[in-house]
Design a protein. Structure first.
Ligand SMILES: NC(=O)c1ccc[n+]([C@@H]2O[C@H](COP(=O)([O-])OP(=O)(O)OC[C@H]3O[C@@H](n4cnc5c(N)ncnc54)[C@H](OP(=O)(O)O)[C@@H]3O)[C@@H](O)[C@H]2O)c1
Length: 296
């Protein structure tokens, strides 16, 4: 039976470190500030934004919300980002995605100043990741790296298989883990990959980020592998009051019989993502005030 890597526990540890760091920054006259933009009234996005603002409050980070109506134009949104880019009291800018239909996410990602891009999605930051010189790493990949590091999992020379190649999750994880320092031999799989189970069953570290409930089954996992489940999927469950429950991309119970270490869903990668947004915001404040990046 495998051991759990608890994102809940690790994120609490990171948040505690960041809370101390924010206190010290405030003593130096620096108050980290995150601008959070929410366009429209998608209920899931509203929950994510609320959780991010609440964690800011808990850590002593100032958060400034910008809630815009569904009919906001591209021009209005870009104008707001322009103003936030030029506002010295704002260190980080987060635009919650998805945007309402008609707004261009990739233009918004490019519009956010790379120095304030705490989501790590701007092409400059993505490029720096590809060059092995990251400044802001997108929050979910950053969370996955922290889980490996803080669980003392050696990645050097290991066969790592990443399921999924999105710009948000799979691709940056694969790039980072193959870079110097992490030194994994990484295989990236996607929807056109042939003989997927043969590839995944050779992975010392298997990272699933595809968005298909319980896709990774017992036979796809190598005995003793480390399994990181990024997926968050809502499935029907009549036994629950809500009628649904969350599962990952890995069939957890059977995977647990084969893996040495595994992340649960919920309580795994999810909580790490918000903690790493906080870390990026603190680092943005440090860098903008001439202080070196924290080595988290
Ligand atoms: N824990 C968190 O905080 C967090 C944050 C972000 C996302 N997520 C979750 O992570 C999962 C992935 O998110 P995402 O944004 O990366 O999703 P995405 O943009 O939809 O990308 C999914 C990737 O999976 C690949 N894929 C789809 N079906 C496949 C199959 N049958 N076999 C192999 N690969 C397949 C796709 O391949 P192609 O490129 O060929 O289409 C694509 O590269 C989702 O469940 C999402 O909810 C969690």
């Amino acid at each position: 039976m495998s051991k759990l890597i608890s994102g809940k526990m690790l994120s609490a540890q990171i948040n505690k470190e960041l809370r101390n760091e924010v206190t010290q920054l405030k003593e130096k006259g620096v108050e980290p500030c995150l601008a959070v933009i929410l366009v429209g009234d998608d209920p899931a996005s509203a929950v994510y934004v609320r959780n991010k603002k609440r964690t800011c409050d808990e850590l002593g980070i100032k958060s400034v919300g910008h809630d815009l109506p569904e009919n906001t134009t591209q021009y209005q949104l870009e104008n707001l980002i322009h103003d936030l880019n030029n506002d010295p009291s704002v260190n980080g800018i987060l635009n919650q995605f998805p945007l309402p239909i008609g707004l261009d996410e990739s233009k918004i990602i490019r519009k956010i100043s790379p120095e304030k891009d705490v989501d790590g999605l701007n092409p400059l930051n993505a490029g720096l990741i590809a060059m092995g010189q990251p400044i802001f790493i997108s929050c979910t990949p950053y969370g996955v790296l922290q889980m490996l590091k803080r669980s003392n999992i050696s990645t050097s020379g290991k066969n790592t298989v990443v399921l999924g190649r999105s710009n948000l999750v799979g691709r940056p994880i694969a790039t980072l883990l193959s870079s110097k320092g992490w030194d994994s031999t990484v295989t990236v799989c996607h929807s056109r990959t042939k003989n997927l189970a043969v590839i995944t069953s050779q992975a010392d570290i298997l990272i699933a980020a595809i968005g298909i409930p319980e896709f990774v089954t017992f036979d796809m996992i190598k005995e003793g592998a480390v399994v990181i489940d990024v997926g968050i999927n809502s499935i029907e469950d009549k036994s629950k009051k809500s009628g649904t429950r969350l599962v990952g991309d890995v069939a957890f119970e059977e995977a647990q019989r084969k893996a040495s270490l595994i992340t649960p869903v919920p309580g795994g990668v999810g909580p790490m993502t918000i903690a790493m947004l906080m870390a990026n915001t603190v680092n943005a404040a440090r860098l903008q005030n001439g202080l070196p990046r924290l080595n988290i």
